[in-house]
Design a protein around this ligand. Structure first.
Ligand SMILES: NC(=O)c1ccc[n+]([C@@H]2O[C@H](COP(=O)([O-])OP(=O)(O)OC[C@H]3O[C@@H](n4cnc5c(N)ncnc54)[C@H](OP(=O)(O)O)[C@@H]3O)[C@@H](O)[C@H]2O)c1
Length: 245
């Protein structure tokens, strides 16, 4: 798998799945950039990466001006990974402000980065991976904002494919249930069946990251435009992930 000569941007690349994707893309030979919301978070990510080189940018995904400035660099690969789970609570128990913040982060910000990326990619080609979720397709109690935002993101994936699929490859990708801080927040909430899963049952972030790096290669061309899931046996085999037990 080689991504030599490609320039990639990973949003929310300072921890969790985003950080693992930064590592996987860099190891595949891409020149990798990532966003983080503070200089301290950039430094922590670079410490975690060790000898792996990646360029951190201090930017909040919801800051439209910062994102526009960031895209003065032309990216061949865009990974929309930044996301938040909250507000966690049943519909009567969450505020409209918190609900809107989730949609702004998980959906509207991804629309903005997509729009910025497409201005360049429609001329040169490129790959966009939207980090999706099973929650895009199945409601979970207490996650109305998260489910609605991820469902919207899945439709954004399909819209990009419909409008620009002859120039740009776009994928939705559900990473499975992954051992990150987000799952720690989910476990602490205790609100739905996902929160009851023991930490020992969760997958390491390196697994979805390896699959996402594979999606960035031409081998994944036939799957463009689809919502994919790391638990799919054929996809796992193609991305050289071990079969699930
Ligand atoms: N973990 C799972 O089981 C799972 C399952 C399905 C889908 N996903 C999806 O996978 C993606 C990564 O999740 P994760 O589990 O790695 O979560 P995580 O450990 O909580 O990390 C989330 C990342 O997103 C960043 N972020 C959040 N809001 C942001 C904003 N406004 N601007 C810039 N960055 C922002 C965070 O930055 P800070 O460090 O500054 O907060 C952090 O880098 C998300 O889209 C999530 O919905 C995860």
């Amino acid at each position: 798998m080689t991504l030599a000569g490609k320039t990639a941007l990973v949003t929310g690349g300072n921890r969790g799945i985003g950080l693992a994707v930064v590592r996987a893309l860099a190891l595949a030979g891409a020149s990798v950039h990532f966003t983080a919301r503070s200089a301290a978070n950039i430094a922590a990510a670079q410490r975690a990466l060790g000898p792996i080189v990646a360029t951190g940018h201090h930017a909040d995904m919801t800051d439209r001006l910062a994102m526009t400035t960031l895209f003065e660099t032309r990216f061949d690969i865009l990974i929309n990974s930044a996301g938040i789970i909250g507000p966690i609570g049943r519909i009567l128990d969450v505020s409209v402000e918190d609900w809107a913040r989730n949609i702004d982060t998980n959906l509207t910000a991804a629309f903005h980065t997509t729009q910025l990326a497409l201005t360049h990619m429609t001329r040169t080609g490129g790959t966009i991976v939207n980090v999706s979720s099973g929650a895009a397709h199945r409601p979970q109690e207490g996650w109305s904002a998260y489910c609605a935002g991820k469902a919207g993101l899945a439709m954004l994936t399909r819209s990009v494919h419909l409008e620009y699929g002859d120039q740009v490859r776009v994928f939705g990708f559900a990473p499975g249930v992954v051992d990150t801080d987000m799952q720690g927040t989910i476990r602490a909430s205790g609100i739905n069946p996902v929160s009851q899963r023991p930490r020992s049952s969760l997958a390491p972030a390196a697994e979805p990251a390896q699959a996402i790096a594979w999606l960035c290669t031409p081998a994944a061309d036939p799957l463009a435009g689809q919502e994919l899931d790391v638990r799919d046996p054929d996809l796992r085999a193609a991305a050289r992930l071990p079969p699930l037990a």
